[in-house]
Design a binder for this molecule. Structure first.
Ligand code: ANZ
Length: 832
């Protein structure tokens, strides 16, 4: 019988379910291993091939770890609250509860057909009241500690979505979902004080094994800057403008000041002559997003007419407003030093403001000089060097001494906007009186369940749809908060719930999280580098401070999977052509209808280009194992890679070939209890060594290559020995688990499944390449010899030969025109 994944895969999936094979157990005396996937948003569209890209890698590692004898926790669940389900409710009238339940049903079915070794008994969903009871409870703890608070502040308001958004949900001034314009609006909002954790979140990065670029993005997002606050008095007034500067050593070069247009002092200090222009400018900038302001090519601004006194020189300098100064950063006011700051230099040039160099070096009439040098025109500090922060430190000490300023640290990190004026989220468990929060609900009052509503649409007034349900809003003389939590709430602690998913008395028992946490391998997309991965770290730090979890950091090791791309085709006018209209001839691509030649590009998968791959179709045609092996083989885990159906076919054919090691044409086992040859042992032990090493380092593509080589060579050797084929089946198991179970049971005749059979160990003497000594000829005469692997390829042999001085002498001034090479036998270089 040929290899038939469609028949055998569902059979093994049932076997695993019935035997509860992958339920995590805390067996004594073993190492624990927690392998976590970023749980999916259960969209109505079902699984995308991008999902298994990461899920396969963590599954390979989980299966490998079980074979090593570890207690493995490998769970799955659903990040189920969010805008799309609600949008569907608005469009189609199906409740989000119902559409989400249906989507989850479909996701679970799809995930099961891919053979992932999840502990399904621990499945969770963030929209389940038994789960969000604890999301709400953690919120009440944050509220009690003053870390959840209401503030009147500028928020990202998206009129089209009818809700505010967190900073990481806004990309280039547009909503991440839907790409709608986002405005800055002053509103009263629930916020989480993530800024209180800025230093802990920075320090925690040092001890965890994460990709460098992800740590860098988190550091930049936190954006810690050391500098000083310096006060500038205003001529003829009592107020002072406090600026934040990282370069107090350039104070003597401050020739003007700039306030953010929204700075509260603007209204007070603007002179009557300038009022009209200032107000007009404020209006114009209010309509622009922060990104637009920061990236504007042309600097704009208006003089307030007020004059400030430079505290070190006593000089009166103009005070302007401009939107290149951000209201929410530092103090929202700067001292401008055009000679040494690029943005100030451009602004000064545009507005004709004076420029004064106070650091030696560069030419202030040509560009801002931002390098190091000696301070000049700076009174008592002339000659002080700026290198290594020396000047900054000395000036700050002096400013503090003179009571002109003080050392300070500023962060780019903003508090986390923690409310949505939408329906499909966790209700915020707060009671209010006259609009003011009075208390959080007690544990006994949780979960506060989401009530049914007649209309899911945003109300447009900024109030959530829950405000239209009087029975929900009014309780015992209080009013409930009607905003809901953002999507990032439920995902900020789900990894803890998996440790103890059915606990009704706590979010998770301390003993359970002590056992399983921290996560040993977390695999997920780069798009979560600053959002989810920052929020989850903050919640973990918070619970750690409360003594509710042991570790401050939740994810010890993190890896990202790249995106699976498709191919798209464009014509001469850069129009995208649907794949159905594309034909491949002689390695080129043509449009069927017009015969126009097309260009192939790697692109996102999209319905528009017809290049979306549905895992269901792949599984029904080639099986889950072929898909898993192909996903591993496509390339390095973290690289973006294009989907190629012939590549998938190649791996399907590989499994068919491997099948022939175990079964003959009549479906009888080929395995014999005969002794293996030395050559067969070498092939096996090399494969064990390489596959083991590559799973440990997550180089799954090269692990598959090693299986390709071993399969080819063992077939060539007509291998039948059990002592070879048993361990070989084990090497296949993490990648092609159904295939491995089938040959384990039916070809090798084993009773119990393969999942917990001890992983084979290689014998180093057998795994190391056998090396031989081989003579090197130039023009048929021998000039020396090289040591190399018996089956080394030509390029390796030639490279080694060229290292021999005797050969180099023969080749001097000549070029090699022909190479005669037979591995292990002859190397002859013909040169002219
Ligand atoms: C004077 C100066 C001179 C500055 C110089 C820089 C160079 P980072 O490093 O990103 O923290 N700044 C302060 N608050 C600002 C705001 N709300 N909007 C826009 N710019 C602001 O940047 C700190 C520097 O950015 C500060 O140091 C300030 O300009 C500016 F040669 O002060 B500096």
């Amino acid at each position: 019988m040929p290899y038939k994944p469609q028949e055998l895969e569902p059979r093994w999936q049932r076997y695993w379910d019935e035997h509860r094979t992958f339920e995590a157990r805390e067996l004594a005396g073993r190492t624990k291993f927690y392998a976590l996937d970023m749980f999916p948003y259960p969209s109505g569209k079902g699984l995308h091939v991008g999902h298994p890209a990461g899920y396969t890698a963590s599954d390979v590692v989980s299966r490998y770890r079980r074979a090593l004898g570890d207690n493995v926790l490998h769970p799955m669940g659903y990040d189920a609250f969010g805008l799309p389900a609600e949008q569907k409710a608005i469009d189609e009238g199906v409740s989000p509860q119902q559409s989400t339940a249906e989507a989850i049903e479909n996701f679970r079915r799809q995930l099961k057909t891919l053979g992932f070794s999840y502990d399904w008994s621990r499945e969770i969903s963030t929209c389940d009241p038994a789960y969000y009871k604890w999301t709400q409870w953690i919120f009440t703890k944050l509220y009690e500690k003053g870390l959840a608070y209401q503030a009147d502040s500028f928020v990202n308001w998206c009129p089209a979505l009818g809700t505010v958004l967190a900073n990481d949900e806004v990309i280039d001034g547009k909503s991440e979902r839907g790409g709608h314009p986002v405005e800055r609006k002053r509103m009263t909002q629930w916020m989480l004080r993530i800024t209180a954790y800025a230093d802990k979140l920075l320090a925690g990065l040092d001890g965890i094994d994460w990709p460098d670029d992800t740590k860098k993005r988190q550091r930049e997002w936190i954006g810690r800057s050391e500098g000083a606050h310096v006060g500038f008095s205003i001529e003829g007034r009592t107020e002072t403008i406090v600026v934040f500067t990282t370069r107090p050593d350039t104070l003597w070069g401050a020739t003007y000041m700039v306030l953010a247009p929204e700075h509260p002092l603007v209204a007070t200090i603007t002179t009557s002559a300038q009022r009209e222009a200032v107000v007009a400018y404020q209006k114009a900038t209010a309509a622009r997003s922060e990104v637009e302001r920061q990236t504007a090519k042309q600097k704009t601004g208006v003089d307030t007419g007020a004059r400030a006194i430079n505290p070190v020189s006593g000089e009166a300098i103009p005070v302007w407003i401009s939107d290149y100064v951000i209201v929410g950063y530092g103090t929202g006011a700067i001292m401008a030093v055009p000679a040494h700051d690029e943005r100030d230099w451009e602004f000064a040039r545009t507005m004709g403001l004076p420029v004064r160099a106070v650091i030696d070096g560069g030419n202030a009439s040509e560009a801002a000089y931002t390098g190091d040098g000696a301070m000049i025109q700076s009174g008592p500090f002339d000659g002080t060097r700026t290198a290594n922060g020396e000047a900054v430190a000395k000036v700050i000490a002096w400013l503090e001494d003179q009571k002109l300023g003080q050392r300070t640290i500023t962060y780019k990190l903003r508090d986390w906007t923690f409310a949505r004026q939408r329906y499909w989220g966790e209700p915020i468990p707060i009671l209010k009186k006259d609009g003011v929060p009075v208390r959080a609900l007690d544990l006994s009052e949780l979960p506060l369940e989401l009530p049914p509503v007649a209309d899911y649409r945003p109300t447009g007034t900024g109030a959530s749809p829950l405000s239209t349900v009087p029975s929900f809003v009014h309780v015992d003389g209080f009013d409930r908060e009607t905003d809901t939590m953002p999507g990032s709430a439920g995902s900020s602690w789900y990894f803890l719930r998996y440790c103890d998913p059915h606990n009704a008395a706590a979010f998770a028992a301390r003993e359970r999280t002590d056992y399983w946490m921290p996560v040993d391998l977390y695999v997920g997309g780069r798009e979560h580098s600053v959002g989810h991965l920052m929020y989850a770290r903050m919640w973990q730090h918070f619970l750690h401070e409360l003594g509710l979890v042991r570790d401050p950091e939740p994810f010890q090791k993190l890896r990202h999977q790249g995106m699976i791309l498709g191919y798209s085709y464009v014509d001469g006018n850069k129009q995208k052509i649907h794949v159905n209209d594309v034909e491949e001839r002689d390695g080129a691509f043509y449009r069927r209808s017009t015969n126009e030649r097309l260009t192939q590009r790697m692109d996102k998968m999209s319905k528009r280009y017809g290049n979306v791959v549905n895992p269901d179709d792949v599984v029904s045609e080639y099986g889950a194992d072929a898909l898993r092996v192909y996903i591993c083989f496509m390339g390095p885990l973290d690289a973006d890679k294009p989907w190629q159906t012939n590549g998938l076919e190649g791996q399907f054919n590989f499994l068919k070939r491997a099948w022939r090691l175990f079964f003959d044409g009549d479906d009888r086992t080929r395995v014999e209890n005969s002794a293996a040859t030395l050559e067969q042992k070498r092939i096996l032990h090399k494969a064990i060594k390489k596959v083991t090493h590559d799973i440990e380092s997550l180089d799954l593509n090269t692990a598959i290559s090693a299986l390709h080589i071993a399969t080819r060579d063992l077939l060539e050797q007509d291998t039948r020995a059990r002592e070879i084929l048993e361990p070989l089946a084990q090497l296949f198991a993490p990648f092609a688990p159904h295939f491995a179970e089938e040959v384990w049971a039916r070809s090798l005749g084993k009773q119990d499944g393969i999942s917990y059979v001890t992983w084979p160990r290689h014998d180093d003497a057998l795994a190391t390449d056998e090396t031989i000594s081989m003579g090197v000829q130039v023009g048929g005469k021998t000039y020396g010899s090289i040591e190399l692997a018996k089956d080394a390829d030509e390029a390796t042999a030639v490279a080694l030969a060229k290292e021999l001085p005797s050969v180099q002498r023969q080749l001097a001034g000549k070029t090699i025109v022909k190479i005669i090479y037979k591995a292990g036998r002859i190397l002859n270089l013909i040169a002219e």
